[in-house]
Write a protein that binds this ligand. Structure first.
Ligand code: MRU
Length: 350
């Protein structure tokens, strides 16, 4: 059987439900789950069945719009009370990726424009569909700018999964590789496995293989050695939240890569849509870092690999200081130091 190479996608809206690729089961099982109730949406996000900052935002937007479509009231004030309750519920599912709150705020803005509950139901769903569609174009633009920035560099390292399945399509950090393959550019990607949840091994390795990109898997502890021995020319990562000074929260292990890049004098790039910038975070100190369950570290596939009573520290993200970032690739262009000024410009902050 011949396998047709294609870029996998993880989110499909079908009139009255969302289908999500169950990222917990990849790469062994490729299954789509149907989400219809707000608790199913919440569970899918908190349990990492859907993950990656833009995909979380899109999913939450559909979840809130779908919940609102089921409110049994014609009273707009009562409708809004339900809406704010559910918005808060979904906002609390994961704390670090700001795209979640950004998407839910866009729905709130849509709700502020309406004069009836029927109009509200229609506008909320329309907004969620629009956020989903816009993200694909945003990621394509990030890919274009990323390709321009990488120039003739071909050996690139990444961590976690900032790919097509973490967005609506193409991804952020992985977008240049998907677009590059379509254009016959032979990237050689080195993917860090990304302990403890293994997004690099389970998701990035799978996604890039599916679309025909040359990808080699390494453990996180091999990054410095691999950069030196394999002649890695750049590192490119995604982001969950970027503060106004350019400090960037991304999957745990990212800041270690930036430090190594600094040592070996190779560029360290962050790729993210403008929805990942947080006007309320002045520096990385303001970014909440999610801590997850000890079992993610003490168990592999349900089996204990450490004493079961061992104290565990399991932060899911770290913050890379802006001084270590060579450039931030957005859909509006590439930002260089001084980030504060360029971030304000792309976000139109007066
Ligand atoms: O915990 P996860 O898997 O949601 O973490 C995801 C990341 O850190 C990604 O790099 C980031 O969200 C960017 S996705 C385009």
């Amino acid at each position: 059987m011949t396998h047709t190479l294609s870029i996998p996608t993880s989110l499909k809206w079908h009139e009255d439900h969302l289908l999500i690729l169950n990222q917990q089961k990849l790469p062994n099982v490729v299954e789509y789950l149907k989400l219809t109730t707000i608790t199913e949406y919440f569970d899918a996000i908190i349990s990492l069945k859907v993950r990656g900052a833009p995909a979380i935002g899109i999913t939450a937007a559909y979840g809130l719009a779908q919940a609102a479509s089921q409110y049994e009231t014609d009273n707009l004030a009562e409708f809004k009370d339900y809406f704010y309750r559910d918005k808060q519920y979904l906002s609390d599912s994961r704390p670090t990726a700001v795209n979640l709150v950004w998407a839910l705020n866009r729905l709130e803005y849509a709700l502020e424009q309406v004069r009836s509950t029927n109009e509200a139901r229609t506008n909320l769903l329309h907004s969620a569909i629009q956020i989903h569609a816009e993200d694909e174009e945003v990621c394509r633009m990030i890919g274009e700018y990323g390709l321009g920035l990488l120039g003739d560099k071909r050996k690139v390292m990444t961590i976690c999964n900032a790919g097509s399945i973490a967005t609506s399509k193409y991804g952020t950090a992985l977008a240049p590789f998907h677009l590059g393959r379509e254009r016959g550019l032979g990237f050689q990607v080195f993917a860090c496995e990304t302990r403890p949840v293994l997004q690099g091994a389970r998701l990035t390795a799978w996604e890039l293989q599916q679309s025909g990109v040359d990808v080699t898997l390494i453990t996180d502890s091999m990054a410095a050695h691999t950069i030196k021995e394999k002649g890695i020319e750049a590192v490119i990562v995604g982001a969950d939240r970027i503060s106004l000074n350019g400090d960037t929260a991304n999957k745990i292990g990212t800041s270690m890569l930036a430090i190594v890049c600094n040592h070996y004098k190779i560029p360290f790039y962050v790729a993210a849509p403008s929805s990942t910038f947080d006007l309320n975070s002045r520096t990385g100190e303001d970014i909440p870092i999610e801590e997850r369950s000890p079992e993610e570290i003490t168990k592999i596939s349900g089996s204990l690999i450490a004493p079961d009573d061992i104290p565990v520290y399991n932060p899911a993200f770290d913050v890379t200081p802006h001084e270590l970032i060579t450039g931030i690739i957005t859909e509006k262009g590439v930002l260089f130091q001084n980030f504060e000024k360029s971030i304000q410009q792309i976000l139109n902050v007066k």
